[in-house]
Design a protein around this ligand. Sequence first.
Ligand SMILES: *Cc1c(COP(=O)(O)O)cnc(C)c1O
Length: 412
Amino acid sequence: MSTVSGNKSGRLSTRAAKSTSDKPQGISTLAVHAGEARQKALNSITDPIVMASTFTFENTQSIIDYIEQDQERGEYGRYGVPGERVVEKKIAALEGAEEGVLFSTGMAAFVGLLNTRLKSGDEIVFFDECYHRSRDYCRSWLSRYGVVTREVKMGDYGAMEAAINDNTRLLVSESPTNPHLSIVDLERFAAIGKKYDVETIIDATIATPYNLQPISYGVDYVMHSATKYMSGHNDLLAGIVLGSKEKLDEVRKLRGIMGSINTPHNCFLLERGLKTFELRMQRHNENGLAVARYLESHPRVERVLYPGLESHPYHEVARSTMRGFGGLVTFEVKDADWKQTAAIVDAAKLARIAPSLGGVETLIEQPLVMSYFERTPEQRAEFGITDNMIRLACGIENAEDIIADLSQCLEA
Ligand SMILES: *Cc1c(COP(=O)(O)O)cnc(C)c1O
């Protein structure tokens, strides 16, 4: 199996954080232990699933102490459940962030963050290759409240700078983007934010903190759909915003009003999924690279988009900032119309036909059909979605088996 990646900048050390003894701890150590109390309720080694909508006080004085001393405690379920705090601290430790606020979905996290930062008359600037629902939210909903969204071509930092004016409050991008897997030069992106005193957000769902740590480049907020690699088992939805405690204070307050929190059972599953985070990411990275290399050498494949390949337009910046390149691989089939492309997807025996990514099961989909079927050809062209495009989200199965499946699909 090929070794994974470069990370020449050394920003991503394998020793991600410091423990109390000041001895740095590794990613898996953090994934297993960070955020958890050493001694838990009923001496259980795992965190309990606390099924409670409200939390009791011993007496009136304890309510007054709670208010006056600003104690960390949620007295009512809408302000969060105990399991959420554990997961927030664990992910913050993995990300190298001071604080995290967990939401019920990735989109709830995005909406929660934007709504606390923006008011009527404000503007945001987007790199255009972003999750289509994030774009929908800004274009169709934020616009109702007088927030202006400006989109510039992915990777055009000059255009991003030119789009900034006195009303600009946020610069937003994904990295890598989906499905093109373009990579943001985080140093430049954060520097533009600092230069104009505009906050920056990176949706790093597809990278995860294993492969990329945007905060170390001076990005203000990182968000993830924890539905994907964080939970890792295609069995729950969750989202998280990470950044400084001060900046996230308002986000937490708004979440308490929105009530977009997670169920106790969801938190349990997410915490459990995170325990194997590093192991899973290592395998996703290996599988992604092996599959991308295989596809690149296949005569029926016209083009492969994977940042770990030398042929990818953003390979250099990916190599210098990322530990590995994840399990998502996008490719285009030579001389195929959308129906011939669909036949290749339909021939899959191992990969399952589904949206989403980041779970243990390999998923395959045709972006044109799965996410852009109702859009016009012009809109698809604008989003860079071609008829012959297939997106594969490699799971953690053995690479040889994923490749064998693709091989028989491409022969179909
Ligand atoms: C899935 C996804 C989202 C949305 O997350 P949900 O948990 O589905 O709400 C946002 N950004 C990216 C990059 C995603 O892949």
